[in-house]
Design a protein. Structure first.
Length: 189
């Protein structure tokens, strides 16, 4: 997490909404998550169907729903206080783009806080998934990276396409790599 924060903290002072979101994202990543009431349920039969719900102070109830078929194609949706914020598309297990987003954009600081929480679920809160079977660790690392990469949709909602993509790629790669390395250490024991 420090690597991502250092990347963003080394940016020049904010001059646009994109710069403001990136600076706020870096700050949010290094702050305590304060995530409450975390609950997750997933089904890994013929793909992935699942949901993560939690409460984020100063934001409200957050819900992430994911449905991918066995080929890795499907959608993920993020809602705040039961109002859809962004819908994302995945194809062949890769993030493929945004299907749609709310007509009302969160403030840059709020968008960054929401985006950071999708990373902190895995890193700070230690989200555990049940029912993963033999491929459990592979699924967990993929999901962690996918949810972190979902920050692209959240940050893009604020009108920051290029910085949203940069933030998402950095966050998604960081989380997946950290998860994979942890699993490799575990396998060597």
């Amino acid at each position: 997490m420090q690597t991502i924060a250092l990347l963003f903290l080394s940016l020049p002072a904010p001059t646009s909404a994109c710069d403001e979101v990136e600076a706020a994202f870096a700050e949010a990543l290094t702050s305590p998550s304060h995530i409450r009431d975390l609950a997750a349920s997933f089904n890994f039969t013929d793909g992935i169907a699942g949901r993560i719900d939690y409460d984020l102070p100063d934001v409200g109830p957050v819900s992430i729903a994911l449905r991918l078929d066995a080929s890795g194609s499907g959608t993920a949706a993020l809602s705040i206080d039961r109002a859809p914020l962004v819908d994302l598309q995945f194809v062949d297990w890769e993030f493929a783009g945004e299907l749609g987003h709310s007509s009302t954009s969160p403030s840059p600081k709020r968008a960054a806080r929401i985006a950071a929480s999708t990373v902190q679920l895995w890193l700070d809160e230690g989200l555990e998934l049940g029912g993963l079977g033999e491929d459990g660790e592979r699924w967990k690392c993929w999901l962690a990276g996918a949810f972190a990469a979902a920050t692209v949709g959240i940050v893009t909602v604020t009108g920051c396409g290029p910085c949203g993509a940069t933030t998402a790629l950095a966050a998604g790669a960081y989380v997946k790599n950290k998860c994979d390395k942890a699993q490799n250490k575990k396998d060597r024991r």
